[in-house]
Design a protein around this ligand. Structure first.
Ligand SMILES: [Zn+2]
Length: 189
């Protein structure tokens, strides 16, 4: 199987629909939680609980309809490398699909990979999950492609402030045009 059209393949792959199992939707009514192919029900439930707990402190409902997808670390490289992402990037967003993909190793103990990520980022996995979520929200809440700007917004929301976006409307419109032409953004580089 090739992953040239990763996102398309992901979308047609049979994925575990977390929502169908009665995951608590009350706190974030428009947030959808999905485990990618390969996850067992039990593992999905356990890992998703970790992700949902980490999301609790953030204004994720400001995203509107949004889907969070967990991908097994064993499948992560095949998905991320054709997108030009750094091998140690454990999260990325696909904006047109309103989806954020999170690698298993951020929410579960994956021997080897967790160590690799901890060494690369110089922080615990728990901190890295928090950092990744805030960073991705920095991109998504502000339609922000710039890494430094995404980090600035991330810092602000991690401190409990609202996301203050600095992009003017014209630039934003241009950005949306760009997004229409490129079907993905290599976030969290
Ligand atoms: Zn980024």
């Amino acid at each position: 199987m090739t992953f040239g059209m990763t996102v398309g393949l992901l979308m047609v792959s049979p994925r575990l629909q977390w929502a169908a199992w009665g995951a608590p939707q009350g706190k974030a009514p428009h947030q959808h939680f999905v485990c990618n192919t390969g996850y067992t029900l039990e593992q999905c439930r356990k890992d998703m609980a970790v992700l949902q707990r980490a999301l609790e402190k953030y204004p994720v409902s400001d995203l509107g309809e949004w889907t969070w997808v967990l991908v097994l670390s064993a499948d992560w490289r095949a998905i991320q490398s054709p997108r030009g992402l750094h091998p140690n990037s454990p999260a990325f967003a696909y904006y047109l699909g309103k989806e954020t993909f999170i690698e298993e190793a951020l929410v579960a103990e994956v021997p080897g990979r967790c160590f690799e990520l901890k060494s690369a980022w110089g922080m615990s996995i728990e901190k890295l999950l928090d950092y990744a979520i805030a960073h991705e929200l920095g991109h998504a809440l502000c339609n922000e492609r710039n890494e430094a700007q995404a980090d600035r917004v991330a810092k602000s929301i991690r401190e409990g402030n609202a996301a203050s976006c600095e992009v003017n409307l014209q630039a934003k419109r241009r950005l949306l045009e760009d997004l229409r032409h490129s079907n993905s953004h290599g976030a969290f580089k």
